[in-house]
Design a protein around this ligand. Structure first.
Ligand code: HEM
Length: 134
């Protein structure tokens, strides 16, 4: 017997570590709840359609595929590139920072494993910066 924590199964996907379907939906929903409710994200909110339901689903499906889960988002949008799509959206430094900030709160509030949360944050920061047209 040992008191050491069980080693994580290296085969466990990022998708599973992020909570699978329900965990990732909870992160995406909290993210858009914050954007809807908090005045500090007003500029980011104003860029989105009045009804956030479709994008709640879309972000959940995108993140699921991005983390190695079901590929529905990509299968339903053949050839679509998330970076190119955003470069046409007039993302600014301010709205990119709002996106990353709200997402970091959504990850923390959903108690994502800290090491995975940091990895995701780093990746989102890089993506968000790359979405600002230059
Ligand atoms: C850099 C800051 C970002 C801004 C300002 C931004 C803004 C937007 C806007 C305005 C839309 C269209 C929403 C609508 O029509 O209601 C959108 C769509 C979307 N965004 Fe972002 N976004 C950002 C970063 C990201 C990042 C980093 C990801 C992924 C990790 C992401 C994932 C998505 C997805 C999946 C969609 C839906 C696209 C589709 O279904 O075709 N966004 N975003």
């Amino acid at each position: 017997m040992t008191d050491a924590p069980a080693a994580r199964d290296p085969a466990t996907s990022l998708y599973d570590r992020a909570g699978g379907a329900s965990g990732i939906a909870a992160i995406a929903n909290r993210f858009y709840d914050l954007i809807e409710q908090e005045p500090e994200y007003a500029e980011l909110r104003a860029m989105h359609a009045p009804d956030l339901l479709p994008i709640r689903v879309s972000l959940t499906e995108f993140l699921s595929a991005w983390l190695g889960g079901p590929r529905t988002w990509f299968e339903e949008r053949p050839g679509r590139c998330i970076m190119s799509a955003h470069r046409a959206m007039d993302v600014t430094q301010r709205t990119a920072a709002q996106w990353v900030h709200a997402m970091s709160r959504a990850l923390a509030e959903n108690r994502i494993e800290p090491a995975l949360g940091r990895q995701m944050q780093q990746a989102f920061l890089g993506m968000a910066n790359g979405m600002i047209p230059r």
